[in-house]
Design a protein around this ligand. Structure first.
Ligand code: GRF
Length: 256
């Protein structure tokens, strides 16, 4: 029997900070009354369309987009979360086709179409803001984001990484885990800061590495966990249950 070295889902310490999801939404637009709340006329004319009142996310992806698909299947269009854009640096990214199939607006921002990476990120940021996104979700987005982009969307960009950070950051995390001979690796969802896979951790889940496991098999196991954990983490953020301590911005707290 494998020893479980961390709980199946590890959330960092709980304190009472301002709720991030609420901060994000109140900064953007007024909230419609909660479902079932008595109407007092003050919100008369405010659009009740879920596409307006839902927590709006833009997903950025460079590859096939299986994590995007998990988000589309598990969250999109069900009232709480709306995917309002899929962006990519690669015109051929499979994620774009997945977005189109779901009726989501797509856009491509190849760096070659801009003077430099900073200009590309500025154009992409303008598009994200025009979509009125609450959160930017990186799902296999293989470009480093420039520091001004990270600052512009501070604490509003999340990423998924196929390892238990801080172990195995950067490229080929699954290959790194196999080469290191670890008994377990996993998946991390974290906020994005200026470093490579260094931002505050939101959620982690372990994946065992059985002796002699093949790379494809381990990749499949990691991806299966990603497809559960990412929608769960985004749901928690959309529900306003994820909080960052302003005096200790590396600390993420999760409300039950
Ligand atoms: C995932 O393994 C994710 O952890 C990493 O990139 C991969 C994207 O896969 N950041 P997909 O395009 O979502 O299938």
């Amino acid at each position: 029997m494998e020893e479980t070295r961390i709980p199946p889902t590890q959330y960092l310490c709980k304190k009472s900070f301002a709720k991030l999801g609420d901060q994000i939404r109140s900064a953007r637009r007024p909230q419609r009354p909660a479902a079932g709340a008595a109407g007092d006329g003050a919100h008369a004319g405010y659009c009740e369309d879920a596409r307006v009142s839902a927590f709006r996310i833009v997903v950025l992806a460079s590859g096939s987009g299986t994590n995007l698909q998990a988000i589309l299947d598990g969250l999109h269009g069900q009232g709480l979360v709306e995917v309002v854009g899929v962006g990519s640096d690669k015109p051929t990214a499979g994620a774009l086709e997945r977005g189109r199939r779901a009726g989501v607006e797509t856009a491509v921002f190849p760096v070659a179409d801009h003077p430099d990476r900073a200009a590309r990120d500025e154009a992409m940021g303008d598009w994200i803001e025009a979509r009125e996104a609450d959160l930017v979700v990186l799902a296999g987005y293989m470009q480093l984001l420039s520091a001004p982009f990270v600052a512009r969307f501070r604490n509003r960009v999340v990423n998924i990484h196929p390892a238990l950070l801080p172990s195995f950051p950067g490229l080929d995390a699954i290959g790194q885990a196999l080469a290191a001979g670890v008994e377990a690796t996993g998946v991390t969802v974290h906020f994005v800061d200026e470093g490579v896979d260094t931002g505050p951790v939101i959620a982690q889940r372990e994946v065992p590495v059985p002796a002699g496991v093949g790379r494809e098999e381990l990749e499949a196991a990691v991806h299966a966990v990603e497809h559960e954990l990412y929608p769960e983490a985004i749901r928690m953020i959309a529900e306003g249950r994820v909080r960052i301590d302003p005096s200790d911005p590396r600390t993420v707290a999760i409300d039950d």
